[in-house]
Design a protein around this ligand. Structure first.
Ligand code: BTN
Length: 319
């Protein structure tokens, strides 16, 4: 009921009468009053005017279940929602929930992580109440060998979603980092459980630096947050909604042909290194070339000094 009251409050310009709420939910005045008080304790500023009712004046930047649900307008992504104040890693939790039967599109969100995981065994800084740490569970009918492209699909979705809330444009650093003013604001970690020809589940973990004020040590050089770049904070639940909406759109396009053919041009338009010199660091060697964008499989096409084109499918790229 708390979530439904919050949704109604957010969608009403004037006042919601207490009596109407009682009638609508078939509960007592006291039950409505208790739900309103819980919302106030969570940080919502709700004005109560005799003979008029309740009006929402201010919303806190929280990632509670009722806050996310009250702003979520997606069809399926995130509609099954698991929220935590703190957790080791939303990816680890998502894998467990997927095995226990969570559905395609279920989303795990935590306000902070005690053991946030990055790519290549690195850790991911996950401080309290400033970032988005979330993992989307997918159970697609897809060949396991095509699954890595879903990470790029998510990168397009996150870049598009962030662009709705950032003053400057966001770009993608291949394969799936999102950068703003050349510094990283988002990382994506995809993990899969599969058999040779069948995907049990894929979890796509997304960490977005939203409202952090500073970064420590070596991260200072490489990372930034939307708040630092904008000069003002943004509501994290709204950004989650935008990511879910954009992902639904991009996922549906991708699943038509299981390639990035229809999306590669848009991806390449957001590629930070397009037509620029990059250093490719493969496990065995390093080389320099010009990034020419991804192909329909999501590989980065790099033109070497001798004019030869290389398709990079793994490894790290500078810039
Ligand atoms: C990277 O190294 O760039 C990927 C970082 C991915 C971090 C996110 S935060 C939510 C999810 N849970 C994790 O433990 N990691 C991912």
């Amino acid at each position: 009921m708390k979530t439904k009251i919050l949704t109604l409050l957010k969608n009403t310009d004037s006042y919601l009468s207490g009596q109407d709420l009682c009638n609508q939910f078939g509960v007592s005045r006291t039950a409505v009053w208790k739900a309103i008080n819980q919302l106030k304790e969570e940080g919502y500023v709700i004005e109560a005017v005799p003979n008029k009712g309740y009006s929402l004046k201010e919303c806190p930047d929280v990632l509670a279940y009722s806050e996310i649900k009250s702003v979520l307008t997606s069809k399926w992504a995130g509609q099954e929602l698991f929220c935590f104040d703190t957790i080791d890693s939303t990816n680890t939790k998502a894998k467990q929930l997927a095995e226990e039967g969570a559905n395609h599109g279920a989303l795990v969100v935590s306000d902070n992580q005690s053991g946030g995981k990055g790519r290549r065994g690195r850790s991911w800084e996950s401080p309290v109440s400033t970032g988005i740490f979330m993992t989307l569970i997918l159970k697609p009918s897809l060949n396991p060998s095509d699954a890595s492209m879903l990470t790029l699909v998510m990168a397009i979705a996150v870049a598009k979603a962030c662009n709705k809330l950032t003053k400057d444009s966001c770009f993608i650093k291949w394969p799936n980092d999102i950068v703003l003013n050349r510094k990283k604001i988002c990382g994506i970690l995809t993990e899969m459980s599969a058999e040779m020809d069948y995907i049990n589940h894929i979890v796509i973990g997304i960490g977005i630096n939203v409202n952090m004020d500073t970064f420590q040590n070596e991260l200072k050089e490489k990372a930034t947050s939307i708040k630092i770049e904008n000069g003002y904070p943004v509501k994290r639940a709204e950004l989650i909604n935008q990511v879910m909406l954009c992902f639904e759109e991009e996922y549906e396009i991708f699943m038509m042909h299981h390639t990035l053919e229809a999306q590669k041009e848009r991806y390449n338009n957001m590629l930070v290194s397009l037509d620029k010199e990059v250093v490719i660091m493969e496990p065995s060697k390093e080389f320099i070339g010009i990034a020419r964008g991804i192909n329909s499989k999501g590989e980065l096409m790099v033109e070497k000094e001798d004019g030869q084109m290389m398709a990079i499918y793994a490894g790290e790229v500078s810039v």
